[in-house]
Design a protein around this ligand. Structure first.
Ligand SMILES: Cc1ncc(COP(=O)(O)O)c(C=O)c1O
Length: 425
């Protein structure tokens, strides 16, 4: 399988695929997010191949990167979409997705969002409480449609790369505990507009290894067998859907390996393959598909010496990339010109322009001696990068650019000061 990183040095200059990043900067300036279409294709092929034995339906988790061009590329590959809001549904339909290939998760789906999703005839609703079942049933009744529903379970396992990325433990706000799921299934007759047909889990992100997922799968298999769900689907001549969510890890640190997708998939396959005749499978990768396709390109504005080390102030901070402040996330930083072997290296921190002490994108890195006007790439920011960007400090959000082979195009223009005030009186 082809494994070509999106960002590599060619003749000393950092390229995205075959395009020099300096050339893009000279056309559109900074800051911007830069994505590689070829890397997205590779990630999708690699992910599909790893899980192929289970023939799962793949639903890309849209929250990771919602740009219409990215969604369109994935749609062209036959990928489905996991959404968590009416806004994501709107985007996904705009990208040309087939409604039947959309699953709607989320702990707080609002009435208007449910109405929009029912009217759009999406494939599945992953519901998270009995209260939500009641609301969805009444929305579906009004439209006269029966909708397919999977129960999002909270299997009481703890996993995820940061406390804020853990979602499957007993006290999590997400999903329902198995007992609530059993009560819901016992009351199936109260919800004639819901076809209770599956179970959904998403236990966390940046999962270190498959152990917690396997433990969660065991809870779900037991639930399907003992809750009456298996029986319920059988009476309709169907098999239940088991949607195992996302969370597959990506290597953010140089030289620190994570469990490969092939190893992750092999463990899950060996647990689920014996049940393959009696279950359909679904899976919701987010960052695995889009993290390493993207880099945030910034330019150095100022160079300061603080406490004896070099601090570079760049033109985007937590307004452009929240992950370091929110999750203490690590992102590799590359200069746009490859460092020479004899070049002086400095202990350097990269900070943004935002008036918060948490506005640090990278701490204590060894980097060549950069100066105002030089540019850098913050790697692996294609997932949860732009989607978490904000206008804090009234900073316009960065542009987004897509590279396809030797060409690049703007897929979202940089915001302007007019955009900042357009909706205000
Ligand atoms: C329900 C659901 N599925 C899938 C994902 C994707 O997770 P990841 O990007 O870690 O693969 C998320 C992320 O929060 C999620 O909430």
């Amino acid at each position: 399988m082809i494994d070509t990183p999106a960002f590599q040095y060619h003749s000393g200059e950092l390229n995205c695929e075959n395009v020099s990043i300096m050339d893009i900067i000279s056309t559109i300036g900074t800051p911007f997010y830069l994505y590689s279409a070829a890397r997205l294709e590779q990630n999708y092929q690699r992910f599909s191949a790893a899980f192929a034995t289970l023939q799962p339906r793949i639903f890309y988790s849209v929250k990771a990167n919602t740009n219409l061009s990215i969604l369109h590329l994935l749609k062209e590959k036959g990928c489905g979409f996991d959404i968590v809001s009416g806004g994501e549904l709107f985007r996904t339909l705009n990208a040309g997705a087939s409604p039947a290939g959309i699953v709607f998760a989320g702990v707080g789906k609002m009435q208007a969002e449910l109405e929009f999703a029912v009217k759009s005839r999406i494939g599945w609703f992953n519901i998270e409480s009995i209260c939500e079942a009641e609301r969805l049933n009444s929305v579906a009744e009004q439209s006269g449609d029966v909708v397919k529903v999977a129960l999002r379970l909270r299997p009481d396992v703890k996993a995820g790369g940061h406390p804020y990325l853990v979602t499957g433990h007993a006290s999590s706000k997400f999903g329902m505990c198995p007992d609530e799921g059993i009560s819901l299934i016992k009351r199936a007759a109260d919800f004639p507009y819901l076809e209770l047909g599956g179970v959904h889990i998403h236990i966390g992100s940046q999962l270190a290894d498959p152990a917690a997922t396997l433990a969660a799968i065991d809870v779900v298999l037991d639930f399907i067998a003992t809750s009456g769900l298996g029986q319920l689907t059988k009476t309709r001549g169907k098999v239940p859907l088991l949607n195992i969510g996302g969370g597959f890890p990506v290597p953010y640190h140089d030289g620190v390996a994570v469990t490969s997708i092939e190893d992750f998939a092999a463990s899950i396959i060996s647990r689920l393959q014996p049940m393959a005749a009696n279950l359909n499978f679904a899976i919701e990768p987010g960052r695995f598909l889009t993290a390493d396709i993207g880099a945030l390109i910034l330019s150095v504005q100022y160079k300061k010496e603080v406490d004896g080390h070099c601090v570079l102030v760049v033109d985007g901070g937590i307004n452009a990339l929240l992950r370091p402040a929110l999750y203490d996330a690590y992102h590799r930083v590359l200069p746009l010109t490859s460092p020479k072997s004899n070049e002086e290296q400095l202990l350097t921190s990269i900070v943004g322009p935002i008036c918060e002490s948490s506005d640090v994108l990278a701490r204590n890195r060894i980097l060549p001696c950069l100066k105002p006007g030089d540019c850098i790439a913050i790697l692996d920011t294609g997932a949860y990068g732009f989607t978490m960007a904000s206008n804090y400090n009234s900073q316009p959000r960065p542009a987004e650019v897509l590279v396809e082979g030797k060409t690049f195009r703007l897929i979202r223009r940089r915001e302007t000061y007019n955009d900042l005030v357009a909706d205000e009186s």
